[in-house]
Design a protein around this ligand. Structure first.
Ligand code: M6R
Length: 610
C-alpha cells in the first residue's frame, strides 16, 4: 500500500517533479520515501525514513540530476520504516532501481535462492528480490522490457512496479492486482499509482490491466501483455482517456486539511452523484432485480454505507440484502451462493484487497458482480459486470467522508429504482423519494454552516475523555458505527458504535458518571424507543450528546449537549446528513489533540494487503 511514480521528460531536471508527485501520492503511505534518477549512465538514489517534506529538508531531493527517474512513498509491510527499507531498491551493482506497491508472497524463497547465487541484500523488504532477479535476467537479454517480463511470472502476490536502469533513457512498469496508470503529456511520459500524481503535467491517461507491461521512453508508451512463460505480446496502441479532475480538485483549496475540504465538498459531491444517468441506474438495477440473493461486500466506511443500504432496501424496495464485511467474505460466504446471487461491491478506491478477494471468490462461483466505486479504471471495475461511479472526485484524506455521502446517495437511488421495479413503490412515491433525496445537498450545506462551530466547542468540551459510545437504532446504528470509526481513526480516541437497544446487554456495564455517549437520534420510527436508552444511560450518570432534529425539544432538554439538525425530508436517508456532524466532531477532536487528520498513524488510503 504505497505510492509509486516514474517519469521521463524530454529535457530538464526531473527530481523536483517526482518529489511533488510523491507529495500528491502521500495519502497512500507516508512512513518513508525515496527517489532514483539517472544522469550520464549513473544511477543516483536518495531515500530515508519519514514524511517527504521532512526528508527533503534533510537531504534535498531536488539536487538529484537527470531527466528520468522513479519515486516511492511507503506504507510498511515487510520490514519496519527505515532508510534501508525505503524504496527505490537496487541490484548488487547499483544499475537497476525498482519501486513497488504490493506484496511479494514468495520473497523468502526467492531471496534464499538469490543469496545462494551470490547476491547481496541491503533491506528486509520483499521488494528487494525484484532488482536482483532483473539483474540476473539481463544476463539473458539486453532488453529491459524482456528481462522484467521474464522475472514477473516468478513473483507470487501483487505488484505495481517501475524499473529504472542506468544504461538507457527508458522505464518499464507493470501491474498485477495493484493500481498503475500511464500519463501522456507534452513534456514527457509518466506512470503512477494514481492520476493526481501527474495531474499538473497531463490529464491524458491510459488505464492498465493486470499482467500488462509498459515500455516507456521519451517517444511514448508501448503496452504489452506478459504471458505465463515470461514472453511479451505487444498490444495495439491504446487511446488515452482524458480525466476530468483538475489539479485544484486534488489539492487543499485553502483548507488546512484535505479532510475538512472534503467534508465541505459534500453538497457538491452529492449533487453530482445524484445526477447519475437514469439509463445506467436502470440497467444496474435490472441486474440486481434478476437475482434471488443480493449480497453486499465492503470494508470500513464503505461497509457502513452497505449497512445503511440494508435498511433502505428493506424499507423502500421490500428487499432483504445480506451485508458481508469484505475481510470475512471468502470464509463466511457459503458455497451454496452462485449464479442466483448478485454481489454489490462498494469500495471508494476500487482497490481494497479484502473486497477484491471476496468478489473474485464469488465471481468464481458464478455470481454477478455489481460495483459502486469512485475510481475509474480501478481493479473492481475490471471484475464487475456493471459499475456505477460515485462523483466525489479524488478523496485524499485517509478518512472517508465525501465518498461515504456519495455511496449512500447511490445506494439510496438504487433502492428507489429497485422499489419501482419490484412494485413496492408507486411512480408517485418514487418521485417523492427522489425529491426528498435531492434536498440533501442543501441540508448538508446548512449543517456545516450552522453547526460547525457548535461541534468544535463540543469537541473541546470532551477533550479529556478517552472513551465514547456512539449509539443509534435502526438505520442510525450504521451512522453511529461510522461516527465511532471516524473518531478512533483520526483522533485516536477509543469509541464503540453500537445498536442502542443492544447496549443494555453488556456495554452498559462500562458506563459510569461522566461517560460520554453520542446518540444519533433522527425523528424516525425508532425515536421513541431511543429515548428509553437515553434515560437508562442518564440514570447511570452518562453525559449525553445528541445529534437530533432541531424540532426535538424533548431530547434537546434531556441532553448535556445537543447538535440540532434541520428536519429530514425523508428519514430513510438520514445517514447522509446525520454523519456530517460526526465527521466534524472527529475532525476537531483530532485537531484539538494535535493529530494530523489527513494521515492517521498506521493507516493508508487504500488498504491493499489482506
Ligand atoms: O476504498 P474502500 O472504500 O474499499 O476502503 C475501505 C476502507 O478501508 C475505508 O473505508 C476505511 O475504513 C476509511 N479509512 C475510513 O475512513
Amino acid at each position: 500500500m504505497c505510492g509509486i511514480i516514474g517519469a521521463i521528460h524530454l529535457k530538464g531536471n526531473i527530481s523536483s517533479i517526482l518529489r511533488q508527485s510523491l507529495k500528491r501520492l502521500e495519502y497512500r503511505g507516508y512512513d518513508s520515501s525515496g527517489i532514483a534518477t539517472v544522469s550520464d549512465g549513473v544511477l543516483y538514489v536518495k531515500k530515508d525514513k519519514g514524511k517527504i517534506d521532512d526528508i527533503h529538508d534533510r537531504i534535498n531531493f531536488d539536487t538529484l540530476p537527470g531527466s528520468i527517474g522513479i519515486g516511492h512513498t511507503r506504507w510498511a509491510t515487510h520490514g519496519p520504516p527505515s532508510k534501508a527499507n525505503a524504496h527505490p531498491h537496487t541490484d548488487c551493482q547499483n544499475r537497476i532501481a525498482v519501486v513497488h506497491n504490493g506484496i511479494i508472497e514468495n520473497y523468502q524463497e526467492l531471496r534464499e535462492q538469490l543469496l545462494s547465487n551470490g547476491h547481496h541484500f541491503r533491506s528486509q523488504t520483499d521488494t528487494e528480490v525484484i532488482p536482483h532477479l532483473i539483474e540476473d535476467a539481463l544476463n539473458q537479454t539486453p532488453r529491459l522490457d524482456e528481462a522484467v517480463a521474464q522475472v514477473l511470472p516468478q513473483l507470487e502476490g501483487s505488484y505495481a512496479i517501475v524499473v529504472l536502469r542506468a544504461k538507457r533513457k527508458e522505464l518499464v512498469c507493470a501491474r498485477k492486482e495493484s493500481p498503475l496508470v500511464i500519463g501522456l503529456g507534452s513534456r514527457g511520459v509518466y506512470c503512477a499509482s494514481d492520476v493526481p500524481a501527474f495531474l499538473p503535467m497531463t490529464r491524458k491517461t491510459i488505464i492498465l490491466e493486470d499482467d500488462e507491461l509498459v515500455h516507456l521512453t521519451s517517444e511514448g508508451a508501448l503496452v504489452s501483455r506478459i504471458n505465463e512463460s515470461g514472453g511479451l505480446t505487444q498490444l495495439p496502441i491504446r487511446e488515452p482517456i482524458t480525466v476530468k479532475w483538475t489539479i485544484d480538485m486534488a489539492q487543499k483549496g485553502g483548507y488546512p486539511h484535505f479532510m475538512l475540504k472534503e467534508i465541505h465538498e459534500q453538497p457538491r459531491a452529492l449533487g453530482d452523484t445524484l445526477r447519475i444517468r437514469k439509463v445506467d441506474l436502470d440497467a444496474f438495477t435490472e441486474l440486481l432485480h434478476n437475482h434471488k440473493n443480493i449480497l453486499t461486500i465492503a470494508a470500513g466506511t464503505s461497509y457502513h454505507a452497505t449497512l445503511a443500504a440494508k435498511y433502505m432496501f428493506s424499507q423502500i424496495a421490500n428487499q432483504l440484502i445480506h451485508g458481508v464485511i469484505a475481510s470475512e467474505g471468502s470464509d463466511t460466504i457459503a458455497r451454496s451462493l452462485g449464479a442466483d446471487t448478485a454481489v454489490l461491491a462498494v469500495t471508494q478506491s476500487g482497490e481494497t484487497i479484502d473486497t477484491i478477494h471476496a468478489v473474485k471468490h464469488l465471481k468464481n462461483q458464478g455470481a454477478t458482480i455489481l460495483a459502486i466505486t469512485n475510481t475509474v479504471g480501478s481493479s473492481i471495475t475490471r471484475l464487475a459486470d456493471s459499475v456505477l461511479y460515485t462523483q466525489a472526485g479524488p478523496e485524499i484524506g485517509v478518512a472517508a467522508t465525501k465518498t461515504y455521502a456519495t455511496q449512500l446517495a447511490t445506494l439510496a437511488l438504487l433502492s428507489i429504482s429497485l422499489g419501482k421495479m419490484t412494485g413496492a413503490q408507486t411512480k408517485k412515491e418514487c418521485q417523492e423519494l427522489h425529491d426528498a433525496l435531492n434536498q440533501f445537498p442543501r441540508l448538508i450545506q446548512s449543517v456545516i454552516r450552522n453547526q460547525e462551530n457548535i461541534i468544535k466547542d463540543t469537541a473541546q468540551e470532551y477533550i479529556t475523555k478517552s472513551s465514547f459510545f456512539f449509539l443509534g437504532r435502526g438505520i442510525s446504528t450504521s451512522t453511529a458505527m461510522e461516527g465511532a470509526l471516524k473518531i478512533k481513526e483520526i483522533a485516536y480516541v477509543h469509541a464503540e458504535g453500537y445498536p442502542a437497544g443492544e447496549s443494555k446487554h453488556g456495554p452498559i456495564a462500562l458506563v459510569e458518571p461522566g461517560f460520554p455517549i453520542v446518540f444519533v437520534a433522527p425523528n424516525d420510527n425508532t425515536r421513541r424507543h431511543l429515548e428509553g436508552n437515553v434515560m437508562e444511560m442518564k440514570a447511570r450518570g452518562a453525559q449525553i450528546i445528541s445529534i437530533c432534529s432541531e424540532k426535538d425539544q424533548t431530547l434537546i432538554k434531556l441532553s448535556d449537549h445537543a447538535i440540532p439538525l434541520p428536519a429530514l425530508p425523508s428519514t430513510s436517508f438520514s445517514p447522509i446528513s446525520y454523519a456530517v456532524p460526526l465527521q466534524l466532531l472527529a475532525y476537531y477532536a483530532a485537531i484539538l489533540r494535535g493529530h494530523n487528520p489527513d494521515q492517521p498513524r498506521n493507516l493508508a488510503k487504500a488498504v491493499t494487503v489482506l
